[in-house]
Design a protein around this ligand. Structure first.
Ligand code: ZN
Length: 288
């Protein structure tokens, strides 16, 4: 099922194929065989991939500006995230390398698109560029060896984190709350499949705050591989089409810098993963 490179995007709320910087409206081009709603693509990913391979280049049109892009999964039912899944990040925050995946959840209402404006919620809001796995067929009790066919593809994510909210109460930190304000889970600009990204354990991730490069990591620093994470999560939870797994952030977050650095209104965070794309998140004062 991976022989065909495929990328999809949410253009003005409609699912589009993306090829060589051009786009094709899936519902229109398929005569309604596939729905326009981007979130419905993932349950039929293999069928969609087969159809996409037959679409000629001349049906594609010029890609729209980034302002028309929405989250490629606008309303995932479940959003998982991993803490300290990069060795260098565990070192910088002074946490031990975990011997089982450190799992928390981001609430789905925090998901937004790749050109979002996000309200600053306090004095210690931080960036975390992450590779995000998008579940395709999904399932329960998926063995690591069977993980790839359960996955649709990969997108770029930011696990934006209000460190004050995340770390309280001190005895039992609430990562899910501190990382789930509106807009704290931007994803995009596309979902690219395995054939498109190549080896997802050899991807470079970079994050800039304004013009300064603050994170420059590689997924070969993962503590747990993607198949290991899928096996671990699905041993408990049924993974559903369109679910997201934020796979952890590399080193270079603001809270670990000396002195620490956090986001302020007017800052622009650019997040990029080679083979998938880049997105820009603009931070604004929180509305009163
Ligand atoms: Zn994170």
């Amino acid at each position: 099922m991976w022989e065909t490179d495929m990328k999809v995007a949410n253009v003005s709320g409609r699912l589009h194929l993306v090829r060589d910087g051009r786009v094709l409206d899936v519902a229109k081009a398929s005569g309604g065989r596939f729905p326009a709603e981007p979130g419905e693509a993932y349950a039929r990913w293999e069928e969609l991939t087969g159809w996409a391979a037959d679409q000629p280049d001349d049906g594609f049109t010029e890609a729209p500006p980034a302002t028309e892009l929405g989250a490629p999964v606008p309303a995932p039912r479940q959003v998982f995230a991993l803490g300290t899944n990069y060795r260098k990040h565990a070192e910088e925050v002074g946490w031990p390398i975990p011997d089982t995946p450190l799992v928390f959840t981001k609430f789905p209402s925090s998901v937004t698109g790749p050109d979002a404006r996000v309200g600053i919620t306090g004095p210690r809001v931080d960036w975390e560029v992450e590779l995000v796995v998008v579940i395709g067929a999904g399932g329960h009790r998926i063995a690591a060896a069977d993980a790839w066919p359960a996955i649709a593809g990969f997108t770029v994510g930011q696990d934006i984190s209000d460190r004050d909210v995340q770390m309280r109460p001190a005895a039992t930190p609430q990562l899910g709350l501190g990382k789930s304000f509106p807009g704290f889970s931007p994803i995009g600009p596309v979902v690219a499949d395995l054939a498109e990204v190549g080896d997802p354990h050899a991807l470079g991730l970079r994050c800039w705050v304004n013009d300064e490069l603050v994170q420059d990591g590689r997924t070969d620093d993962f503590v747990f591989t993607i198949p290991e994470v899928v096996e671990y999560l699905s041993a408990v939870v049924t993974l559903l089409p369109g679910d997201l797994i934020f796979t952890g952030t590399p080193s270079g977050v603001g809270t670990a810098r000396r002195p620490p650095r956090f986001l302020a209104p007017g800052d622009e965070v650019r997040s990029e993963i080679a083979g998938i794309g880049a997105m820009t998140t603009t931070f604004v004062a929180r509305p009163a």
